[in-house]
Design a protein around this ligand. Structure first.
Ligand code: GDP
Length: 181
C-alpha cells in the first residue's frame, strides 16, 4: 500500500496536522517489527494508504548517540521505501527559513526522496507574514533545486489547507494503484 511520511522539527505542529488529516478517518495503528515500533509509527488510513509518522528532528538537548540513532532510523526508512509516494516535510510558517530544514531537504534531494513542503501554523500571524515566510523558504529551496518544490500552506487551528492536502494525497494514492494495473 502507498505510504505518505510526515517529518519536521520538534514542535512544528506535526501531531496537530496528522490529527487534522486523520480526524474523521478510519484509522488503525499497525505494529511493524517488534522492538522497532517506538520511533516510527504506521497508521493505516481508510484501508487504503499508510501514514508514517517519523520522529522530529532538531532537538537541541539530546545526546549525540540518540541523535545518531534517530538519524539512522530515519534514513534507513527513507532510503528503503518502494511504497513511499511522498515525504511531507513540515515547515513552521512563523519562522524565517531554518538551516536544519534546508539541510534536510537538501539531503532528500541527494537521496532522490520525493518530498513536498507543508507549511504549518499559518493562522499564527497575518497572511502577509505567512506568505513572506513561505516565499523566503521557496526562494532558498529554488537555489538548491532550481525549481519550487510542491507545497501546501496549512493551519490545524482553522483547517486551512486541509482539503487541498487531502485531495493531493488521494489523487496520488489513486495514481499509485492505477500504476499497478
Ligand atoms: P509536534 O511536536 O510537531 O507534534 O507539534 P504539535 O502538534 O504538538 O504542536 C506544537 C504546538 O503548536 C502545540 O502547542 C500546538 O497546539 C501548536 N500548534 C500546532 N499546529 C498549530 C496551528 O496550526 N495553529 C496554531 N495556532 N497552533 C498550532
Amino acid at each position: 500500500k502507498p505510504e505518505f511520511a510526515f517529518i519536521g522539527r520538534s514542535n512544528v505542529g506535526k501531531s496537530s496536522l496528522v490529527n487534522m488529516l486523520t480526524g474523521n478517518k478510519n484509522l488503525a495503528k499497525t505494529s511493524g517489527k517488534p522492538g522497532k515500533t517506538q520511533l516510527i509509527n504506521h497508521f493505516m488510513i481508510d484501508d487504503n494508504w499508510f501514514m508514517v509518522d517519523l520522529p522530529g528532528y532538531g532537538f537541541a538537548k539530546v545526546s549525540k548517540s540518540i541523535k545518531n540513532t534517530w538519524e539512522k532510523m530515519i534514513s534507513d526508512y527513507l532510503t528503503n521505501r518502494d511504497n513511499l509516494v511522498a515525504l511531507c516535510v513540515l515547515i513552521d510558517s512563523r519562522l524565517d527559513p531554518q538551516k536544519i530544514d534546508l539541510e534536510f531537504i537538501t539531503w532528500c534531494g541527494q537521496h532522490e526522496i520525493p518530498f513536498i513542503l507543508v507549511f504549518t501554523k499559518s493562522d499564527k500571524q497575518g497572511k502577509s507574514k505567512t506568505f513572506a515566510n513561505v516565499a523566503k523558504f521557496l526562494e532558498a529551496a529554488r537555489e538548491i533545486f532550481g525549481e519550487d518544490p510542491q507545497y501546501f500552506i496549512t493551519s490545524a487551528q482553522t483547517t486551512d489547507g486541509k482539503e487541498e492536502l487531502i485531495n493531493f494525497i488521494e489523487a496520488e494514492v489513486q495514481e499509485y494503484y492505477d500504476s499497478l494495473k
